[in-house]
Design a protein around this ligand. Structure first.
Ligand code: 8X3
Length: 254
């Protein structure tokens, strides 16, 4: 049971990486966290870990691209303080000339339509809270392109535009919209998923980079932005490792 008045935060893609780190940090900051992801075993284990640490967490298996399931999930919330749209990712790093349209479709579905589904379904509860926060984890890929990135860059541009447009449309309501755009983050799964389990290709992404960002570094920015006073809207926060000056300018010691 959560204490009355404990603010609730829903985090998508909470089974690993930035989502899992955000769940841990928001729980430590006093939110009752609701972890969602497709992989039930992972989020249940994480919820147990968070509860054992003396915080409050529950797990709910959910595919953000399944609108009916998202709508069903949303019925559980009369009010909601925070929605962190983190579920997403990259598939492939092929040139436009040879990229797989199926990868592009899937990336659009998860990164853009997943965010749209969750945001539409939970906006009434976020508004009803009197001080709601929508966070969109975009990427520096949503702000400038790079060779081999077009499918992912296009999808992350979609997520960025969703956040920017929503902020315009709901101004005057008690909901703020925060976009966090991370650059190079070394997580267990991002590059491995992108290269379909090819560990060598995945390792090359971070080769020679002294300190790529960690999932915790990004979760720290999410938690900071969410815990500002409600009238403070961090519209956009771009965060990169010091060794990355742009998407195409990375210092590597090889
Ligand atoms: C991840 C950043 O540079 O791999 O969102 O596109 S990048």
């Amino acid at each position: 049971m959560s204490a009355p008045g404990t603010p609730i935060a829903v985090i998508t893609g909470a089974s690993s990486g930035i989502g899992a780190a955000t769940a841990r940090q928001l729980a430590a900051a006093g939110y009752r966290v609701v972890l969602t992801a497709r992989r039930k075993d992972r989020i249940e284990a994480l919820a147990a870990e968070i509860n054992e640490a003396g915080h409050q967490a529950t797990a709910y298996a959910l595919d953000v691209t399944d609108r009916a399931a998202v709508d069903d999930f949303a019925t559980a919330f009369r009010t909601l303080a925070v929605l962190v749209n983190n579920a997403g990712g990259a598939l492939g790093a092929d040139p436009v000339a040879t990229g797989d349209p199926e990868d592009w479709r899937r990336m659009y579905e998860v990164n853009v339509l997943g965010t749209l589904n969750m945001t539409q379904a939970l906006l009434p509860a976020l508004t009803a809270s009197g001080d709601g926060t929508v966070v969109v984890l975009s990427s520096t890929a949503g702000h400038s392109t790079y060779e081999g990135g077009a499918g992912y860059v296009a999808a992350k541009n979609g997520a960025r535009v969703l956040a920017e447009t929503l902020r315009l449309e709901i101004v005057g309501t008690p909901v703020r919209v925060i976009e966090i755009a991370p650059g190079m983050v070394k997580t267990d799964e991002f590059a491995t998923t992108r290269f379909r389990g090819d560990a060598e290709k995945a390792a090359k992404v971070y080769a020679g980079v002294a300190e790529p960002l960690t999932a915790d570094d990004v979760a720290d920015t999410v938690t900071w932005a969410c815990t500002r006073p409600p009238h403070v809207n961090i519209d956009l926060l771009v965060v990169r490792p010091r060794a990355q000056a742009s998407n195409t300018k990375v210092h590597r010691e090889l």
